[in-house]
Design a protein around this ligand. Structure first.
Ligand SMILES: Cc1ncc(COP(=O)(O)O)c(C=O)c1O
Length: 392
């Protein structure tokens, strides 16, 4: 089953002159990013919940000074993201909190993470028992990830509650005695979802959460909340978060990634050649497998800037050797020409962080665009040295 793009449309990218962009390039609208951050800060202020930026989704560290103004901290997936969080986002513990969750840690990671992170979240009881004693005397709170066993995802790949999932201690196996060994519980069960799915997740965990009352300092409800989408019921979320904090007498954390960068970036490419086989094939300098791997993994069809309702149908594909390096089929108002610029919407999250240089396909450069004054700033370019530097 394919997923749908959640993009709410081009927004101000509709008026960006693509001829100013040397492709391939990610272009991030810093004003849209700030609008998303303002929404998240408003939810945090109204609900009392703390919001951490999930670096796995979006770790454009040139935006760290902006993000730091609005959010309470960062959550990392391991030692590299934790180091990035400390170096660029929250260098001092008084600036903000750094939390980490990884499905499994090495002992050497724990030693470094305990100097950086305020919260270390373990995926299993065995990891908690192995590494918990090493954290004695450190200023670190320990937590377990709970698998609420309520599958709500559109596709199993993005569903932590899917059958056979390796993520979290199963709700059915969770021994209440564990609550005396931890400071917090972590539940991440959603992917680009709304309040009803969060309510169902919380309801499934409620019997355990009620038993945990008075024992835990905090509950982290993970990411996957599309809070900055125009369709999200933010008032309902604020009510739920306030109610949970009061009822369970603990602090609530959220760690969204997608919601931070939602609709704040595009990937700009150029048509290099046009061939024909069961319709038009346009070969572009951006690749599904190298630059937007979720297009193939989810799979989903990214929205195209300026797609027409009717006109010429064309299949866009990348410059790699992979036969399936196909982005999707689109409708254009006029016949495409070699040299035309195109752009795919909502490419800031889970694209920039996942790029590869398979086939030596060049990485897109990174540009910041201020949609208020239309200024563009190049913040990163890549070269042959980056390709060579990954191999030996
Ligand atoms: C543990 C954890 N926290 C936070 C997130 C961020 O989720 P999203 O980017 O969907 O908001 C993820 C995403 O997979 C995750 O696995």
């Amino acid at each position: 089953m394919a997923m749908e793009t959640k993009s709410a449309g081009p927004g101000r990218f509709a008026r960006l002159d693509l001829s100013r962009i040397a492709s391939p390039a990610f272009v991030i609208d810093t004003r849209k990013l700030e609008e998303n951050l303002q929404i998240l800060a408003a939810v945090s202020n109204a609900s009392g919940a703390k919001i951490l930026t999930a670096l796995k989704a979006f770790s454009l560290w040139s935006a760290a000074p902006l993000i730091r103004q609005y959010l309470d901290g960062a959550c990392a997936s391991g030692i590299y993201e934790a180091r990035l969080a400390k170096k660029y986002y929250f260098p001092d513990k008084t600036d903000g909190e750094i939390s980490v969750f990884s499905p499994a840690y090495r002992q050497s990671d724990i030693e470094s993470l305990s100097d950086i992170c305020g919260h270390i979240i373990f995926n299993s009881v065995a990891q908690l028992e192995k590494y918990g004693p090493l954290l004695k005397g450190k200023n670190v709170q320990k937590a377990l990830r709970l698998n609420p066993q309520i599958p709500l995802g559109e596709v199993a790949t993005y569903d932590p509650s899917a059958a056979g999932s390796r993520l979290g201690v199963l709700l059915g196996d969770f021994d209440s005695g564990l609550l005396d060994q931890i400071d917090g519980l972590h539940i991440h069960n959603l992917c680009e979802q709304g309040l009803p799915e969060l309510e169902k997740t919380v309801a499934a965990a409620m019997p355990l959460l009620t038993r945990a009352k008075g024992k835990l300092k905090w509950l982290n409800l993970g990411g996957g909340h599309m809070i900055t989408s125009p369709h999200y019921d933010r008032d309902g979320l604020i009510k739920l978060l306030r109610h949970l904090a009061d009822e369970l007498a603990l602090e609530i954390y959220l760690e969204p990634g997608t919601a931070i960068a939602f609709d704040a970036g595009i990937l700009v490419g150029e048509i290099l050649d046009i061939t024909e086989n069961d319709g038009l094939n346009a070969i572009v300098d951006i690749s599904a497998t190298c630059h937007m791997p979720d297009v193939l993994e989810a799979p989903y069809r990214p929205a195209l800037l300026g797609e027409a309702d009717k006109g010429v149908r064309v299949r866009f594909g990348g410059p790699s050797c992979l036969a399936g390096d196909v982005i999707g089929r689109y409708c254009l108002a006029r016949t495409p020409q070699i040299g035309d610029k195109i752009a795919f919407l909502d490419q800031a999250h889970y694209s920039m962080v996942k790029t590869t240089m398979f086939n030596g396909v060049p990485l897109p450069s990174i540009m910041l665009w201020d949609s208020d004054d239309d200024s563009l700033q190049m913040v990163k370019t890549f070269s042959f040295d980056d390709f060579e530097g990954r191999l030996s």
